[in-house]
Design a protein around this ligand. Structure first.
Ligand code: SUG
Length: 445
């Protein structure tokens, strides 16, 4: 059975903008008010997908969400025609309007947590959309995410879908960004590392002080339970509170793992030695930890460069490729670490590929945020519904679709423009046809 990792990247939506909505996410906070270029953002994402596909990696795509979320505005009491709803929201609650326009579903590492079939007791791949309850703009995502995942992974004999966890602080869940599966290779049984920022019930109360911890232990435990994973398959580790306070709002901003390799910063885990020991005890193949000490890369450099928000990809010859954001080239310490410590070190990482995803990076989303990893067997890949696995034809059609529908300039003040809402609906209606997804959006139902 050949199991391969498929990276499902989120297509950047037409309302991509800089509204500074994410507290604790330094890039989002510092770029508030900037004029965004949604067309460039979507094309940068598609270029990353295409180049990884050309290099032989399996690449999928997930659609953006319906924004502005007019349904959310109506639930909040704004009434009248669509144009009136938007005008009233812009006038009375501009922050709410900004939230319902966010294109944040592009960061599909937060869409869901996935357990491959090889690890699940029932032999199916399991999915739980993340509740994203930490922020209002992202709390709007899971309903559509659940429909999209159910329409692609529709074969009930192979795929199982679980309910979103209760959207309350105790079960705060941010999905795969805080989950890493480690295994000798993708087809071997894996060990699941869940990293949480705080414990809701009990615990010793040690948690970040400046910025919120978005993932709770209780949420991670519930997801593992839903997916049928036992103690021998799971490790729950607390994130270092100092890292969260420096702007590391998800574990994937400070660590990335794939196969047997765990690339991590000294400040990734509160109990570094305990976390590694727990992984080693459970893994069938030897763990290959690649540690970056704080003397080599400071927390500030890690956050500014997003070194750890890189994609670590397995190659057929056993080597690995690290896909890093362009910002890593701009920080001397980080670039030096990549060359002298990672590439020259004794580990499988043999290549560094630089990708420009600057439009996404300004909102705190690097290469790894933009993808949801799903390890699938050949039979599971063949059982996917829709047209979501990238090939040259689909890539070409998506580029043309973006060029037809997307603006090249979007400032927060433009979000009240009713034409933006109608342009977006027209684009998304065409997209569901192109991806053969059926009616996944509220306006289509
Ligand atoms: O949740 N930014 C996202 C970035 C998510 C990155 N994902 C991972 N690390 N996996 C967030 O903070 C800003 C959006 C805005 O302002 O419109 C935002 O939501």
């Amino acid at each position: 059975m050949t199991v391969r990792e498929v990276n499902f990247d989120g297509l950047v939506g037409p309302t991509h903008n800089y509204s500074g909505l994410a507290h604790g996410n330094v890039a989002s906070m510092s770029h508030e008010g900037l004029v965004a270029n949604p067309r460039e953002a979507a094309l940068q994402g598609l270029e990353k997908m295409k180049s990884l596909m050309d290099a032989g990696y399996a690449q999928g795509v997930l659609p953006p969400q319906q924004r502005p979320d007019l349904g959310a505005l109506r639930e909040l009491g704004f009434a009248g025609s669509d144009a009136q709803v938007l005008a009233r929201a812009a006038d009375e609650a501009p922050q709410v309007l900004r939230a319902v326009c966010s294109a944040s579903s592009m960061w599909t590492a937060n869409a869901a947590t996935v357990t491959p079939s090889v690890d699940a007791p029932d032999g199916r791949a399991h999915f739980t959309p993340a509740n994203l309850q930490s922020s209002f703009h992202r709390y709007l995502e899971p309903a559509t995410t659940g429909r999209v995942l159910a329409s692609i992974f529709a074969d009930e004999a192979r795929f199982a879908h679980h309910p979103v966890l209760p959207a309350t602080p105790a079960f705060s869940d941010e999905g795969a960004a805080n989950h890493t599966r480690l295994a000798g290779d993708h087809g071997e049984p894996g060990v699941h590392l869940y990293v949480y920022g705080r414990q809701a019930f009990g615990g010793d109360g040690i948690a970040p002080r400046r910025y919120p911890a978005r993932q709770t232990l209780e949420a991670s435990q519930a997801v593992a339970r839903q997916h049928g994973l036992g103690d021998a398959q799971t490790v729950f580790a607390q994130q270092h509170p100092e890292a969260i306070d420096a702007g590391v709002f998800h574990n994937d901003v400070i660590a990335v793992g794939n196969g047997p390799v765990l690339l991590y910063h000294e400040y990734a885990f509160r109990d570094e030695a305990g976390t590694l020991d727990a992984l080693r005890e459970r893994m069938a193949s030897p763990l290959i930890p690649v540690r970056v000490p704080v003397e080599a890369v400071s927390l500030d450099d890690a956050v500014a460069s997003y070194l750890f928000n890189s994609q670590l990809l397995s190659n057929p010859d056993g080597t690995m490729t690290l896909v890093v954001p362009g910002e890593c080239q701009e920080r001397e310490a980080v670039w030096r670490c990549l060359q002298d410590h990672l590439l020259a070190g004794h580990n499988p990482i043999s290549e560094v590929v630089v990708k420009d995803v600057k439009q996404s990076m300004r909102n705190g989303g690097g290469p790894a945020c933009l993808r949801l990893r799903v390890a699938l067997s050949e039979a599971e890949r063949a059982a996917l519904s829709g047209r979501v696995l990238l090939d040259d034809a689909l890539h070409g059609e998506l580029v043309a679709w973006v060029e037809r529908h997307y603006r090249d300039r979007l400032a927060p003040a433009d979000l009240a423009d009713p034409a933006l809402a109608s342009e977006t609906l027209a684009a998304l209606d065409e997209l569901t046809g192109l991806l053969r997804l059926g009616s996944v959006y509220p306006f289509q139902r």
